[in-house]
Design a protein around this ligand. Structure first.
Ligand SMILES: [Zn+2]
Length: 148
């Protein structure tokens, strides 16, 4: 069974997010790297229990996509006829937007449980089996360069 707090309505599944992973793994070098990338003053702030948890990482705390899904009482955009709406199309980060456009139709096809497994599988190192995350360029365990 999947953790509901990790199911972000936009399709950027939190289980394969670097912020979440760095916190869970207590990966200090990764936290430092992500703190710089997100302009956070302390690596200790690189923690997140998920988009739907009590206190998500600041970057995802206020989100028009999440608010919209909540208003419509949807688990996610896969339930919405308007996908991909202007909130998705206008999302300011091309890589994230690309992942939404890729992931939400799969979510719709597979249903949440199978889709979560597929997302986790997708971002797992094919060489050594270590779980990785969206945006990683290479495996932090074995150094294999990723194609995704
Ligand atoms: Zn690896």
């Amino acid at each position: 069974m999947y953790n509901k707090e990790l199911i972000s309505p936009c399709g950027l599944y939190c289980g394969v997010c670097g912020i979440h992973k760095a916190g869970v793994d207590k990966d200090e070098p990764l936290k430092e790297k992500l703190a710089k990338l997100y302009g956070v003053d302390s690596p200790a702030k690189i923690e997140c229990a998920g988009c739907r948890s009590e206190e998500p990482f600041f970057f995802c705390r206020v989100c028009a996509i999440k608010s919209c899904a909540e208003e419509k009482n949807f688990e996610g955009c896969q339930q919405c006829e308007s996908f991909p709406c202007e909130k998705i199309q206008g999302f300011p980060y091309p890589e994230a937007k690309g992942n939404m456009l890729r992931a939400v139709p799969r979510w719709r096809e597979l249903g949440t449980e199978a889709w979560v497994k597929e997302e986790e599988e997708r971002f797992r190192c094919k060489s050594c089996g270590t779980d990785s995350f969206r945006g990683a360029r290479k495996c932090r365990q074995c150094g294999t360069v990723f194609a995704f």
